[in-house]
Design a protein around this ligand. Structure first.
Ligand SMILES: Nc1ncnc2c1ncn2[C@@H]1O[C@H](COP(=O)(O)OP(=O)(O)OP(=O)(O)O)[C@@H](O)[C@H]1O
Ligand SMILES: [Mg+2]
Length: 317
């Protein structure tokens, strides 16, 4: 047992995220964690938010395009690779619908195309769409545990940041809509200025409640833990250092740091091996110095790459 499996077995974490530099082993660690949780009898969803999916290859099973799929050879485990293109398309349709509703309600007879284009071609649109999808998956609450295999840092940072930005944007939209209604009422000649329900505000308040609910869940240390995967090498270590800082800035609880692909010590006299071992030793010391008690597991480098259920089960053995 290591600190992760210990904490998963004894704790109450329901939402577990894995992040780190490209290629460090996020998919492998997320998959091994999900298998472990499922083995504890928890109905678990392993979900990839990485636009470049690799859960299917990692398990040697086809998940992409199949929605939430029962993983063969593991009771209680389901996998989902969120399809970016479909998600973005659906979100674009929703956004278009909202803009059309707005123009109709506000009685503005104008071609909606430029507004729809402006809203759906902004650079953060893909992350907004993915974020919205993750929120819906979490709020559907169909599983005991959710394990997220995230994309390399920049994408995940924007995904996480989206909740804060979205909330600020909603706040501003609600305020300006209320001001507009107020102005319309005071300029109206109608005597009977009774309150009418505004579907725009209703929709925005609903989205805001959703964002608040998700923020409450993802900032609760009893429910959420973000784990960082690193290799004993300079670049992945410095990425984790920065990433921890960002995640904390979003008040998301840090679970710990997993050091992956630790080479076994050997008596080899090969200059290549001796050099790599000396280098690794100094990076292991650096990791302990920088992350201290946050180090949750040291996973050895296996003889082969980690593919299929049997190998994945060995990761936390
Ligand atoms: N401890 C290990 N021993 C041997 N091979 C490993 C180990 N951990 C990961 N690998 C291999 O390293 C490769 C990268 O792992 P993985 O796909 O999990 O990384 P990733 O961080 O998810 O990558 P990406 O950023 O592209 O999503 C895979 O081929 C995997 O099998
Ligand atoms: Mg991956």
């Amino acid at each position: 047992m290591n600190k992760i499996t210990e904490s998963l077995a004894s704790g109450t974490n329901k939402y577990i995220f894995f992040g780190g530099k490209g290629g460090v082993g996020k998919t492998v660690m997320a998959s091994a964690t999900a298998i472990y949780l499922a083995s504890l009898g928890k109905r678990t969803l392993l979900c990839s938010t990485n636009p470049v999916h690799s859960l299917s290859s990692c398990f040697g099973q086809q998940f992409i395009g199949h929605g939430e799929t029962q993983v063969e050879g593991c009771t209680n485990l389901y996998a989902l690779e969120i399809e970016t293109a479909t998600t973005v398309e659906k979100y674009r349709d929703d956004t278009r619908g909202k803009i059309l509703d707005f123009l109709k309600y506000a009685d503005i007879p104008i071609d909606p195309t430029p507004f729809v284009d402006a809203a759906t071609t902004n650079p953060a649109f893909e992350e907004s769409a993915m974020f919205d999808n993750v929120v819906d998956i979490i709020l559907a609450n169909k599983y005991d545990c959710y394990v997220f295999d995230t994309a390399p840092v920049a994408h995940t940072y924007r995904l996480l940041g989206m909740s804060k930005m979205y909330d600020m944007w909603l706040g501003k939209m609600i305020k300006s809509r209320e001001d507009a209604i107020c102005l319309k009422k005071s300029l109206s000649f109608k005597k009977n200025k009774k309150e009418v329900c505004d579907p725009m505000i209703e929709g925005m308040l609903k989205s805001r409640r959703k964002t608040e609910e998700i923020r409450k869940l993802l900032t609760d240390p009893k429910l959420t833990a973000f784990y960082f995967v690193t290799l004993p090498l300079a670049l992945p270590i410095s990425v984790v250092e920065r990433f921890i800082y960002w995640v904390r800035a979003f008040q998301i609880p840090v679970g710990g740091v997993i050091v992956n692909q630790v080479m076994p010590q050997t008596d080899s006299k090969s200059p290549f091996i001796v050099n790599r071992q000396t280098e690794q030793k100094s990076y292991m010391e650096l990791i302990d110095k920088k992350f201290g008690s946050l180090v949750s597991a040291r996973i050895p480098m296996f003889n082969n790459e980690i593919l299929g259920m049997e190998m994945l089960k060995k990761v936390f053995d």
